[in-house]
Write a protein that binds this ligand. Structure first.
Ligand code: TYD
Length: 230
């Protein structure tokens, strides 16, 4: 009796690696434009992209966003830091991690670096404590790549004024505050050069987009920092 002919085995598809890319910078730096251009490029490559933001990337987060950006009055600095951290905890647990686990690419406006730069810039809270709070909230999750669009506060103000939208609570802060925010971002980038790509946000949008694409393509296959404690 001849041996049974084995069934042809279907090739196992290569697992697609999920990735997480965040955009940071002061208000008016052009994060949203760059995130949109990257999203379009990734989709054209056939990738599934989850476009999201903090604060406000989930239904719970939208409620928190309304408090932190539109509450008409002061919010105690620790309460504000906890609100951003609460948004982050829910966002990472319910949206970011599941998307990455499915092999999708998360393209996100702002993450914990914004908390360190903004909440730390008020001089009331210690930047390391703010970062630790966020890391606790997100169980240590860090993006594979963080694009920092660096812009001096004076140019940012010109862009925001041209936008003709009412300022939110943070946009309305004084220029020294925004200068400290910028400094905070630059220090974070210097401390983690592997994670950050720092770009001069005054460059034309298409040049910036090309630089982002180049870095994304160069780091393809090096994903997997999510959940790793720094
Ligand atoms: P953003 O969504 O960029 O505002 P807009 O859509 O109006 O351009 O950011 C909202 C504001 O929240 C911004 O001023 C920075 C601030 N922010 C913090 O202070 N801490 C944080 O952790 C985050 C994520 C944002």
């Amino acid at each position: 009796m001849s041996a049974p002919v084995p069934e042809p085995v279907a090739p196992v598809p290569e697992p697609v690696e999920g990735r997480w890319i965040t955009f940071e910078g002061g208000d008016g730096a052009g994060k949203t434009t760059q995130a949109t251009l990257l999203e379009q490029w990734l989709r054209a490559q056939g990738r599934t992209v989850v476009r999201t933001r903090e604060p406000g990337g989930t239904a719970v987060g939208a409620l928190i966003r309304d408090i932190v950006l539109h509450h008409p009055g002061d919010i105690a600095p620790r309460a504000e830091a906890l609100l951003y951290a609460a948004d982050r905890a829910h966002h990472v647990a319910t949206l970011v991690r599941p998307a990455i686990a499915r092999g999708e690419i998360v393209v996100q406006d702002r993450y914990l670096d914004s908390s360190v730069a903004y909440q730390g810039a008020g001089r009331v809270l210690d930047a390391a404590e703010v970062r630790d709070l966020s890391l606790w909230a997100a169980e240590g999750a860090l993006p594979d790549l963080t694009v920092l669009l660096d812009l001096d506060p004076a140019s940012a103000r010109v862009r925001l004024d041209a936008d003709d939208k009412p300022f939110d609570r943070l946009e309305a802060e004084q220029s020294e505050f925004h200068a400290r925010v910028r400094q905070g971002f630059l220090e974070l980038a210097a401390a983690e050069p592997d994670r950050f790509l720092v770009l001069d946000a005054t460059r034309p949008a298409d040049e910036l987009a090309a630089a982002v694409r180049e870095r994304v393509a160069a780091t393809d296959g090096s994903a997997g920092r999510v959940g790793r404690t720094p």
